[in-house]
Design a protein around this ligand. Structure first.
Ligand SMILES: C[S@@+](CC[C@H](N)C(=O)[O-])C[C@H]1O[C@@H](n2cnc3c(N)ncnc32)[C@H](O)[C@@H]1O
Length: 214
């Protein structure tokens, strides 16, 4: 099998417009702006209903992008969010976009160090990101370790992997993200996204799920 080269630079955005297009890719029947407007309150409602964060609680938003969901979750619940993103430009834009003292942006290395040092959080979400990471085993293990006992992880992910590479643009590898999550945490809910809010293509190629530590 040909060796592929991981290309996370695909997530480096020069400005807010491009960042939004990377985060909410336009689909045949729905634009970036429409996806953003429709999907954001829908995802936030699921996150809020199941993570149930309150003021003083801390939630990890892994692969936060510019903080689309961090922002709304903070506004609705008053919680603290640690946004994690591999892209320095996304992290920088997230600080401005979220615009809250309750938000911090961290690199994957920084959150890994904090968790290794004992950080434990009240909830986590990983929305449209695990499909893109180089090694999902490392991210699933990090998120599972980061959670306090009986805390919840909310995941939205494509059914198949979608890894940015130099040679093939988006490549599919053999990792089964849902199986990895189920192997490390207890799956408490699984479903498909509502096309009314997420758009028909996203509803067909993705799942949402909730996981708990035991
Ligand atoms: C499709 S966007 C989703 C952003 C955000 N979760 C949302 O729904 O608005 C994927 C994000 O994951 C980030 N990302 C990709 N690989 C990552 C990794 N290995 N670790 C952390 N973030 C990553 C990208 O930089 C990008 O901002």
């Amino acid at each position: 099998m040909a060796v592929l080269t991981y290309r996370p630079q695909i997530f480096d955005a020069p400005d807010l417009k491009r960042a939004r297009e990377i985060i909410m890719t336009p689909e045949p029947d729905i634009s970036t702006d429409e996806r953003w407007e429709r999907e954001t309150p829908y995802m936030t409602a699921i996150a809020q209903a199941h993570l149930m964060p309150g003021p003083g609680d801390t939630v990890v938003d892994y692969g936060c992008g510019i903080g689309r969901l961090s922002k709304t979750l903070i506004e609705r619940s008053g919680c603290n969010v640690l946004g994690v993103d591999i892209s320095a430009s996304m992290r920088a834009m997230a600080i401005d976009y979220v615009g809250s003292p309750n938000f911090q942006a961290l690199s994957p290395e920084a959150i890994a160090e904090a968790v290794a040092g004992g950080l434990r959080v009240d909830g986590a979400m990983a929305i449209w990101v695990i499909q893109h990471v180089l090694d999902p085993r490392i991210v699933v293990d990090l998120l599972a370790t980061s959670l306090k006992p009986e805390a919840t992880l909310f995941v939205v992910n494509t059914l198949t992997r979608c890894v940015p590479t130099v040679e093939k643009f988006w490549a599919r590898d053999s990792y089964d993200v849902r199986a990895l999550l189920k192997g490390r945490l207890k799956e408490t809910s699984i479903g498909t996204l509502d096309p009314k809010w997420a758009g028909r293509p996203a509803a067909e190629y993705a799942f949402w799920a909730l996981y708990r530590t035991t």
